[in-house]
Design a protein around this ligand. Sequence first.
Ligand code: SAM
Length: 194
Amino acid sequence: MIYMGDANWWNNRFSARSDKLMAHDSKLEADMAVFPNHGTALDIACGDGRNSIFLSKHGYSVDAVDFSETALERLHSFANAEKQIIHTKFIDLSNDSAFDELKEYDLIIINHFRLNKSLYPDLLKHLKKDGYLWVNGFHEIPSNNPNVTNTDLLIDGDFEKITNCSLQNKELYINGEHKLVRYIWKKNKVEGDQ
Ligand SMILES: C[S@@+](CC[C@H](N)C(=O)[O-])C[C@H]1O[C@@H](n2cnc3c(N)ncnc32)[C@H](O)[C@@H]1O
């Protein structure tokens, strides 16, 4: 579980990074064709914002949440430099009430963070009807990142509590030395629908 770490561990990691914004996730870019071309988006465990900024440039109004203050400070500095406005919230995603203050979104992304499966039902209350949930991460432990352990790997069981959504696509793929998996869910019903 080192990969998820605690907030201090992540603050130190973000402090040690260069002042350059990392490239956004290439799988997210490839999947943009599936999603509406504008709307509202939520970036869960956004880090220092590479994907939030990418979505904002695509025309989304983006809320981004993380528990690393250093990451969120860096995100704001990168967003300013890129002339994008991202709304950030400091949220600990291990907390049961993590999503209480959030709005509703057309797109929710989770990249390289393993959300506790018990939180998916709450998270999906914040997804609009016909909205998409995009989850991407490690499928196998990468040989070049000693911080990733078995408990960080995404598995199908992570999504077992999801209702009112259909799995549009699951793809196992390789990017360099990384074996990854990406899920796309679409919300087909909201509470009150028959
Ligand atoms: C591997 S980074 C991924 C960052 C970003 N999604 C990206 O693709 O660049 C994992 C992120 O999860 C955040 N994180 C880990 N545990 C968390 C928690 N309990 N609550 C909120 N954020 C957390 C870390 O601060 C870090 O920004």
